[in-house]
Ligand binder design. Structure first.
Ligand code: ATP
Length: 234
């Protein structure tokens, strides 16, 4: 579905993505893990089109997309749930979801909203409340729900577990697993490497702008180097 080859990107004179190659196949959950500042968010921004690239190619469903502006990538089905959630605080839960569907012209919007309410019942309960009043975990659910309302083919999730209690992290991860069961394809960026690899099919480890490990998630979880550096295990 997605193929990135030799992608480079910089902020001014500082190159932060130094030739990244990775792929995501339809129906997979692929985890991109790595420490603070490794380049994970920059890579997602380069995919969604808000961060310019200086070299390399991105192919999505067989077509080059690296020259397209962000809104055309959204129209093709690449949607991102951003780090820090960035929901619209003064609007209600339901209006936030409706905004996620602003590019759609089909008639299934209410049905999709109800499916999201089924996945995150707390959002249904609070549908008429102001989104800014939700807890961190609920806002994260709303951010994912809003991205889903755009009917993504590929969902980019940036640190969905950030700042959440272990119980809420589990709920968010369970939601990602259930999305995969429905056929969704997900590129999941996480600093919480253990949590991400436990649910992912495959993983990539990024370090200062390079991919340094890649493979099936189960293999990365048992790799001694990955364990020592990213999983806090000996
Ligand atoms: P985090 O989990 O902290 O978001 P990350 O792996 O997502 O880490 P990036 O946010 O992609 O890392 O940042 C990669 C590098 O680029 C870091 O060294 C960061 O300081 C730098 N950087 C990020 N955004 C900018 C910017 N707008 N201008 C200049 N440098 C930036």
């Amino acid at each position: 579905m997605l193929e990135i080859s030799n992608l480079r990107s910089r902020y001014g004179r500082i190159e932060v993505l130094k030739g990244i190659s990775l792929d995501v196949q339809t129906g997979e959950v692929v985890a991109l893990i790595g420490s603070n500042g490794a380049g994970k968010t920059t890579l997602l921004h380069a995919l969604s089109g808000v961060q310019p690239i200086s070299d390399g190619q991105v192919t999505f469903l067989g077509e080059r997309i690296d020259g397209l502006p962000a809104h055309r990538r959204v129209a093709r089905g690449i949607l991102q749930s951003p780090e820090g959630r960035q929901i619209f605080g003064p609007l209600t839960v339901e209006d936030n979801l409706r905004l996620g569907a602003y590019l759609r012209r089909d008639k299934d919007i209410a049905e999709d909203r109800d499916r999201i309410f089924g996945m995150f019942p707390i959002l249904a309960e609070k549908r008429n409340q102001i989104a800014g009043g939700l807890s961190g975990g609920q806002q994260q659910m709303l951010a994912i729900g809003r991205a889903l309302m755009g009917k993504p083919k590929l969902l980019l999730l940036d640190e969905p577990s950030l700042g959440l209690s272990p119980l809420l992290v589990d709920q968010i991860l369970a939601a990602i697993v259930s999305l995969r069961a429905l056929g969704m394809t997900v590129l999941l960026v996480e600093q919480n490497a253990m949590a991400a690899l436990e649910i992912a099919d495959r993983g990539y480890v990024i370090e200062t702008g390079h991919i340094v490990h890649a493979g099936p998630a189960s293999q990365l979880l048992s790799d001694p180097k990955v364990k020592a550096a990213y999983l806090g295990l000996e």
